[in-house]
Design a protein around this ligand. Structure first.
Ligand code: NDP
Length: 424
């Protein structure tokens, strides 16, 4: 069972096994620990294990057939929208076999369709539209449905990769490692790309829908919508609209170019992202908080700064990778490498090797600051995201060292900072 050329990641098979159990457990735990009592709740602080054990309703309580069917319907409705809604067709990056896959960019049209429907119904029925209460009441069952879907997807992609002749991202022969990291690089059913679809649609579009249900809950239980709730909802919605508007940019991200599609991504896309990233909004639904004018202006400034760095850096790299001779990039200096790819050494990528991560992390602060400070768990996202980005930077560095060899050393000598210019 040979490990990959750059060594096992995520602690190898044992790490993959542990994360496969711990990550879903953590998502459930956050749901129980952050409740009407606090975040964490006072009963959790007194007796953490006993508190969660007493709240866990058992498998039969956490699972509901009706809710699961609705979740499957959601997934398939989005899959149908992928095909029937209009969208440009574009090329992915050149693969190791010299081919480029075609992708359809109908993400924005899907988002608009879902939002138009929800917006119309809310306009007609107000926040009393039963759909919003249904989501609030069935969060746990929806989580389980998302978890089941991500397990099914991971198995489907693992097993089908033995028969389809697709390019492989991980083929160590160790079942748990390959299943977790993903054996196939771009699993497809015909022209339907399971990975890119999962990255940007079922979980990503569900996230603002959950947020909206949380806003409706705040209104229905507290009789008002706070400025903090509006900001968190607006920032998340902006992030999602931006990701879908810039859908082609996902094709040059590490998830798509390098990582396989296994449980790590299917779970991350379907369960972890929508349910954990919306935690601040869920928290505010139960614990309303007003920021006031100064607070709002401060938080908007943090968000604006983060977004500016994040978007400009990602766009620059995407444009450069798509067409390095693009006249609008004429001012960018680069080094030629033996691999044939060029590496930018000025512009955003000359400031720090992952300046895009810094922008994303600054935005993470803007998403948590509106919760004030009445419990550490509403800052879960900032801490978790810092760990994710630090680890991701190391993984990407290892990949680039392998790909570029001595040329990568030349680049790191010219651009020594990893994420924070002059500091890290
Ligand atoms: P990046 O966009 O950071 O891309 C890394 C790749 O860029 C490298 O592997 C290399 O690929 C290429 N590259 C590196 N340096 C240069 C250079 N100087 N010139 C040209 N190309 C270069 O990948 P990620 O997928 O990690 O991040 C994309 C975005 O997604 C980030 O903004 C990140 O914050 C965000 N993200 C958000 C998450 C969330 O949960 N909210 C999770 C993960 C990421 P090559 O040379 O092979 O083309």
């Amino acid at each position: 069972m040979p490990p990959p050329a750059h060594g096992y990641e995520f602690g190898g098979p044992l790490g993959a096994f542990a994360i496969s159990l711990a990550a879903p457990a953590a998502t459930y735990a956050l749901y129980f620990v952050c409740n009407e009592d606090g975040c964490p709740s006072s009963s959790f602080l007194r007796d953490p294990v006993g508190n969660i054990a007493s709240k866990w309703p058992g498998l039969s309580g956490a699972f509901d057939w009706g809710v699961t069917k609705h979740y499957f319907l959601w997934y398939f409705a989005l899959a149908i929208m992928y095909f029937v809604l209009p969208g440009k067709i574009g090329d992915g990056v050149v693969l190791s076999n010299g081919r480029r896959l075609k992708y359809k960019f109908s993400g924005s049209a899907s988002l608009l369709t879902v939002f138009a429907y929800c917006g119309f119904m809310t306009y007609k029925e107000g926040f009393q539209w039963p759909f919003w209460a249904y989501i609030w009441d069935n969060q746990l069952q929806l989580m389980t449905a998302a978890l089941i879907s991500s397990i099914i997807l991971a198995f489907y992609c693992y097993i089908s990769s033995f028969f389809t002749g697709e390019l492989l991202a991980n083929d160590t022969g160790n079942f748990i490692y390959d299943w977790f990291l993903g054996r196939p690089l771009n699993p497809r059913i015909g022209s339907f790309d399971i990975k890119v679809f999962s990255e940007l649609r079922p979980g990503m579009i569900l996230w603002p829908i959950l947020n909206f249900a949380f806003m409706a809950h705040q209104y229905n239980t507290h009789g008002k919508i706070t400025d903090s709730m509006i900001l968190v909802n607006a920032f998340h919605l902006w992030y999602v609209c931006d990701a879908l508007h810039n859908e082609p940019a996902v094709l040059t991200t590490m998830d798509v170019t390098t990582d396989g599609f296994g449980f790590m991504l299917s779970f991350g896309d379907l369960m972890w992202l929508p349910f954990n990233y919306s935690l601040q909004s869920r928290y505010l639904a139960m614990h309303p908080f007003e920021l006031g004018l100064l607070g709002v202006v401060g938080v908007l400034a943090v968000q604006g700064l983060g977004y500016w760095i994040f978007r400009r850096a990602n766009r620059e790299k995407h444009d450069f990778r798509t067409d390095p001779n693009d006249p609008k990039l004429a001012h960018i200096k680069y080094i030629e490498t033996k691999s044939g790819s060029r590496l930018m050494i000025t512009g955003w990528w000359g400031i720090a090797r992952h300046i895009n991560y810094l922008g994303d992390w600054i935005m993470a602060w803007a998403w948590c600051l509106p919760t004030g400070y009445r419990g550490p768990l509403s800052y879960f996202y900032v801490v978790y995201f810092a760990i994710l980005l630090l680890h991701r930077d190391r993984r990407d560095e290892a990949k680039c060292k392998l790909k570029y060899g001595a040329d990568w050393k030349r680049y790191t000598d010219l651009v020594p900072s990893r994420i924070v210019p002059g500091i890290y």
